[in-house]
Ligand binder design. Structure first.
Ligand SMILES: [Zn+2]
Length: 379
C-alpha cells in the first residue's frame, strides 16, 4: 500500500521539553526550516491485524503542528525506524481481528488518537490522557498518512452517518484537547468571559464553539483581520488583532476593566504573559501548546492576590472524544476544514500548515479518494 513515512524522524517531544531557555531559542533558530524531504511517499507492506486490531481504510487524516515539528526536530537516536505520521484518522473498517466485537468491515469509524495502558492509576480513574505509558498514532505507532492503518479496538469509534469522513478526520486532537482545557481544566461556566488566543488555529475554532456552547462570552484574538472576521462568523462576540493592538489592554477594555475569567492559549511566550496579566480575580489561564516558545513570566504576587490559576493541559480522554463525536453528530459543534490535499502531496500540505495562513484544519486524503466525494464543512 501507499504511505507517507517520516525517515530519520525527529525526537520532537524531548526537543519540545528543553528546559534551558537559551538552548530552546537557539534550537528554534537552527530548525526554522522544514525538512520536507523527510516525508517520503512510498510503498510499504500492508499491515495485518492481530486478534484485537482493526484494519481501517483511511479516508481522511487531519494534520497537526506535531506533524510539522516532526519534520523540524533534529534526527533522533531513540527512533531510527521510519514511522507513518498522522494522528487524526477517519475511515472505513476493512478487516477485524478475531477478538474484535465493537465494529465490523464496512463500518465508518473515527480513531481516538492515543493508545493508553488502561491499567495504571491514571487510566483507572478516567484520566487516560495522563497515562505515562501512553502512545499515539503518528508517534509511537504508525498513523493515518497512508491508505490503511491498524488500530486497537479500544481506539475505534463508530461514526454517525451525518458526519462526513473528511470532517471526522479534522476533529480528534483539537476538539478533545480544547474540550479538556475548557471543561475539565478551566471549568467554564455560563457568563464567563473567555479569551481564545490564535483563533484561526484548530484549538481556536474548537474553543470559540465550545465556549459558546457553555454560554460564555468569547473574545477571540488573532494576527490578521480575515481570521478575526471568520472568528466572528464562528460565534466570537469580540475580537482583538494582536499585531496592531496590545492584547492585554484590549482584553481589559473589552471586559470593562474586570479582566478575563478564562484564557485558552496554545502560544505561550509574550502573548501568554499579557493574557495572564489580564486575568480577573479567580481567573484561569490554560495552555496546551508553546508555538512562541516554552517560557512565560508570571507575576506570582499578583497571581496570589487574585487567586488566579495557571494550568497545563495535554490532549483529552477517550470519554471526551465520545462527547465530541456525539455533539458534532447533533450539530452542536462543527468541523471547520480549510483545505484537502491528496496523500501524494503531503509535503505541500505540511508546508501549507506551517505557513499558518489557514483557518481550520488541513486534511490529507489517499489519492484513490481524491477529490473526496463526500462534502466537508468550511467557513
Ligand atoms: Zn495507563
Amino acid at each position: 500500500m501507499k504511505a507517507v513515512q517520516l525517515t530519520t524522524s525527529g525526537d520532537y517531544f524531548s526537543h519540545y521539553l528543553i528546559d534551558d531557555h537559551e538552548t530552546w531559542q537557539k534550537e528554534v533558530r537552527i530548525h526554522e526550516g522544514l525538512s520536507l524531504e523527510r516525508f517520503q511517499y512510498r510503498d510499504i507492506p500492508m499491515p495485518a491485524p492481530g486478534p484485537g486490531d482493526v484494519l481501517v481504510e483511511v479516508r481522511g487524516c487531519g494534520l497537526n503542528h506535531l506533524d510539522a515539528w516532526a519534520a523540524k526536530a533534529p534526527p533522533s537516536n531513540k527512533r531510527s525506524e521510519p514511522v507513518t505520521p498522522g494522528a487524526d484518522i477517519a475511515g472505513v473498517v476493512k478487516e477485524v481481528g478475531e477478538e474484535v466485537t465493537a465494529v465490523k468491515p464496512g463500518d465508518r469509524v473515527i480513531i481516538h488518537p492515543s493508545v493508553s495502558c488502561l491499567d495504571c492509576d491514571f487510566c483507572l480513574t478516567g484520566r487516560d490522557n495522563l497515562c505515562q505509558s501512553k502512545g499515539g498514532f503518528g508517534g509511537s505507532r504508525d498513523g493515518g498518512l497512508a491508505e490503511y492503518t491498524l488500530a486497537p479496538e479500544w481506539c475505534v469509534i463508530p461514526l454517525p452517518d451525518i458526519i462526513s469522513l473528511i470532517d471526522a478526520a479534522s476533529l480528534p486532537i483539537v476538539f478533545i484537547t480544547t474540550w479538556h482545557m475548557l471543561v475539565a481544566r478551566a471549568r467554564v461556566q455560563p457568563g464567563d468571559t473567555v479569551l481564545v488566543n490564535a483563533a484561526g488555529s484548530g484549538v481556536g475554532i474548537a474553543a470559540i464553539q465550545i465556549a459558546k456552547l457553555f454560554h460564555a462570552r468569547v473574545i477571540a484574538s488573532a494576527g490578521s483581520e480575515p481570521k478575526l472576521e471568520k472568528a466572528r462568523s464562528l460565534g466570537a462576540d469580540e475580537v482583538i488583532n494582536y499585531t496592531t493592538h496590545s492584547l492585554h489592554d484590549e482584553a481589559m477594555r473589552l471586559s470593562q476593566g474586570r479582566g478575563l475569567d478564562i484564557v485558552i492559549d496554545s502560544l505561550s511566550g509574550d502573548l501568554a504573559e499579557q493574557s495572564i496579566e489580564a486575568l480577573a480575580p479567580g481567573g484561569r489561564f490554560v495552555n496546551c501548546g508553546c508555538t512562541l516558545g516554552n517560557w512565560a513570566r508570571i507575576n506570582v504576587a499578583r497571581m496570589l492576590f487574585k487567586e488566579s490559576s495557571v494550568l497545563g493541559s495535554v490532549m483529552g480522554t477517550k470519554n471526551e472524544m465520545l462527547q465530541i463525536v456525539r455533539l458534532v453528530g447533533e450539530g452542536k459543534l462543527k468541523a471547520v476544514v480549510d483545505r484537502v490535499f491528496p496523500l501524494s502531496q503531503t509535503r505541500e500540505a505540511v508546508a501549507y500548515l506551517a505557513d499558518r495562513k489557514q483557518f481550520g484544519k488541513v486534511v490529507v486524503v489517499p489519492d484513490a479518494h481524491y477529490p473526496p466525494v463526500e462534502g466537508y464543512s468550511t467557513l
